[in-house]
Design a protein around this ligand. Sequence first.
Ligand SMILES: [Zn+2]
Ligand SMILES: [Zn+2]
Length: 538
Amino acid sequence: MQAEEKKETTVERETRIRRLWEQEGTFQASVANRSDNKPFVFYEGPPTANGLPHVGHAFGRTIKDVVARYKTMQGYLVERKAGWDTHGLPVELGVEKKLGISGKQEIEKYGVEQFIQECKGSVFTYEKKWRSFTEQLGYWIDMDDPYLTLSNDYIESVWNILSHVHKEKLLYKGHRVSPYCPSCQTSLSSHEVAQGYKDVKDLSVTAMFKLKDKDEYFLGWTTTPWTLPANVALAMNPTLMYVRVKRHDKVYILAKSLVNKVFADSVEVLSEHEGREFESVSYTPPFSYVTVDKGHVVVLADYVTEHSGTGIVHIAPAYGEDDYKTVQQNGLSFVNVVDLKGCYTEEVPELNGKFVKDCDVEIIKMLAKKELLFDKEKYEHSYPHCWRCDSPLLYYATDSWFINMSALKDKLLQNNEQVTWYPDHIKHGRFGNFLENLVDWNISRNRYWGTPLNVWVCQDCGHEEAPNSIASLKKLAKGTLHDIELHKPYIDDVECTCPMCSGDMERTPEVIDVWFDSGSMPFAQHHYPFGDLTTFNK
Ligand SMILES: [Zn+2]
Ligand SMILES: [Zn+2]
């Protein structure tokens, strides 16, 4: 009998073809011999090389490869420049772990310069693995000349974009309540928040707020008991009906429609009032940790509903967007009893240094001791957690830089109509909804390893300059700038002179959201508008 010819296994066949492509430079030739053809523009969104590739990358890369090959076969010039996303918290957290340090204080102690060097050194840890993974997938992309978001050229292009945004008056600094990670000590953008929701059990509380000049109580409701020490106001809906009810010799005020829900037994209704009648009524807050110049009064707000709670909402301006706006609109005082680590400050001595989200039970006990706890309830809800470090996020008032996306919304919606989406339901579904609900983009991060925000602020007159290039920074800077490395801490040493008043200008210390880095790729991968633009202008 003749021996059967040994059949080539799938792996053997793949390896043989890969080698052939490599030997013959098939990919490079498929681009080079179409150099005069019409381009089909392909963008490679950058992965991070300080983490290993996973099946999601394999899926995305397969789809991208199919499209690029198809267009090549149709005769288009399909250039495929690889890229690496190199900045941001994931890198910092990896380095913190490696060094056995944690948090911003320890980074400062370790030394920012050394820390940055560690970050820089760590970003290509898995570059070799990515290369072999990409080759094994048969994904054709130019990995020999990739764009790197950490390079001065790339950063300069991002600066050019931000400078343009600043010139258009669409980049502004605001004191705002933003989703904030107390562990990473930085605020997050809404799309980062959307990545980390988890179902958790929390406690809601109905507390008693005694009227200043009457022995009666507002029943104020909150889903965040830990914010009660920073209470500034109670909000009631101006058009909702409220009642004064009597039970066991105590008089309570709450929404009429919620009486049966709040009280298990029957109560005597003393009188009925529209919410607006309570405007500016003063009360004594359950805790007296903070003094306010203006506050501890009832304010009116349309967003208060009778769907849950008591129809009276506790307001603490530092920890909620609605709360913040309400307090501002009514000209009340702003108070904050929580530090940047998410712990109570010494203004709340009993809980000083404790993480606020762990203190709900203690707050409830403290209320009970003061006989101001009316009710508590466990409830399950979806709560945002940090997509990087898993800490529960806080809504927290900080200074941040925003891009005024709301002003661009109509244009973006119009442009979306010109886009052909596959699958088509994304157009008015996930993406359309995202555009409809657009909020201003919080682009600043109070961290170290990232593209530094290119805004210098005059310490005397407040004038801002956002240089669009290294050359324009050199013009503004005091003294002569030679080889400049655009990262922190080096860039922070660059002081400028104010063109308005000749005062000293310092760089605002933040770095920017890494998603702005990767989103700048269509321009920045070509070092636009400074670099070689032959391909770009085709
Ligand atoms: Zn975090
Ligand atoms: Zn000035």
